[in-house]
Ligand binder design. Structure first.
Ligand code: PLP
Length: 381
């Protein structure tokens, strides 16, 4: 069986797993304790913070460790909206963000904030001009993802950050960077991002570890009440072992990024060409998107039927994103891109990782052709 669902999660790097196990066994002290055990754990945490900060080009004191990007996104969005509500209660995003951003905006809307949902184009992108035009005197936050987790669409984050910095200095800019790091260049400070979220398991680190970059000078209202860990922004004892593992994984991912992108772009283009050739399939991503994600629809066929047929043929792909793939609803992302209900209900995602080879890609292409041969007679007309 070949796994093509790296956007859902990645196999942890064996070196990262070893490091985590070593730290768990040998350095179990609480990093807030002042005795030797605590001090050693604190040193490891400090080094992990420096490692993560260096990998994305920011200062160590700007890194808040979290349990993953769901928490980072919640903290960035609600924490900023609550902290800066005296400046205004207007916030901006799109309808194609990850559920952790989308649902945070819906919650703030229920709590009295005014939300502008910027429409995306047929490939799921917004322009910097749209963002600028959505601004109001009471806008406090813009939140956009770097790379879309379903389709691989890339928002022009650098250009948006630059325009915001020039034209709306006081508006905070949050970037959900989960699907971009290790795949594209990821330097949040160079985009003038104020807040930037990551999750370790998307770049071969452990699940349950993530970070939020909070630019110096920005304050957030904490979402958890408790101790003063993480600059007072995130209470709770840090999971030192997982965070040390995350620091190792992000270093490796960022070091390998240029070669990774070059290699998988070739595979992505081959897979896209294969899908384009097959009558009845609709490609929802293009070559301007991320190098590792291919999204297509088989209108008239249930996505789960396609997924299970492909699984029987030896390849694992995904329906929608992992967190919504058990939902019977059509994809909110595809609907926002203007696809019809049949397309939005029949969407599948193929996502590539650094272990894939030419041979794997050939197996996948073959499986897609075989799947079509098996399912075509069953199509609803
Ligand atoms: N943001 C994006 C773009 C994602 O793809 C994901 C995970 O799928 C998340 C946020 C949430 O990450 P986690 O589930 O690790 O909290």
């Amino acid at each position: 069986m070949k796994y093509f669902d790296y956007a859902a999660t990645t196999p942890p790097d064996p070196d990262v797993v070893r490091t985590i196990a070593e730290v768990m066994e040998a350095h179990y002290g609480n990093p807030s304790s002042i005795h030797g055990y605590g001090e050693r754990a604190h040193q490891l945490l400090r080094r992990a913070r420096v490692g993560c900060a260096t990998a994305i080009g920011v200062k160590p004191e700007e890194i808040i460790f979290t349990s993953g990007a769901t928490e980072s996104n919640n903290l960035a969005i609600k924490g900023a909206a609550l902290r800066y509500q005296s400046r205004g209660k207007h916030i901006i995003t799109t309808a194609t963000e990850h559920a952790s951003v989308y649902e945070s905006f819906l919650q703030l809307q229920q709590w009295g904030w005014d939300v502008t949902w910027i429409p995306v184009d047929s490939l799921g992108r917004v322009t910097a001009q749209q963002v600028i035009e959505a601004l109001r005197p009471d806008t406090v936050l813009v939140s956009l993802m770097h790379v879309n987790n379903e389709t691989g669409a890339i928002h022009p984050i650098a250009e948006i950050g630059k325009r915001l910095k020039k034209e709306a200095r006081r508006v905070l800019f949050h970037v959900d960077g989960v699907q971009g790091v290790g795949k594209l260049e990821a330097k949040p400070a160079s985009w003038y991002a104020d807040l930037y979220s990551l999750s370790a398991h998307k770049f071969r680190g452990p699940k349950g570890a993530g970070l939020l970059y909070v630019r110096s000078g920005i304050e957030l209202t904490p979402l958890l009440s408790g101790g003063s860990q993480e600059n007072g922004m995130r209470a709770g004892t840090e999971n030192v072992a997982l965070l040390v593992g995350m620091a190792k994984a992000i270093r490796l991912a960022v070091e390998r990024q240029p070669q990774f992108a070059e290699r998988v772009t070739v595979y992505r283009d081959q897979i896209m060409a294969c899908i384009k050739e097959i009558p009845g399939l609709v490609l929802n991503s293009d070559q301007q998107g991320a190098p590792h994600i291919i999204h297509f629809s088989y209108p008239g066929m249930k996505a789960e039927v396609v997924l299970h047929t492909l699984e029987q043929l030896g390849v694992t792909v995904s329906t929608q994103s992992a967190c919504s793939s058990r939902s019977a609803e059509p994809s909110r992302v595809l609907l926002a891109m203007g696809r019809d209900a049949a397309c939005a209900a029949g969407g599948l995602r193929i996502s590539l990782g650094d272990e894939h080879t030419e041979e794997d890609v050939n197996l996948l292409k073959q499986a897609i052709h075989q799947m079509m041969a098996q399912l075509r007679p069953l199509e609803r007309r």
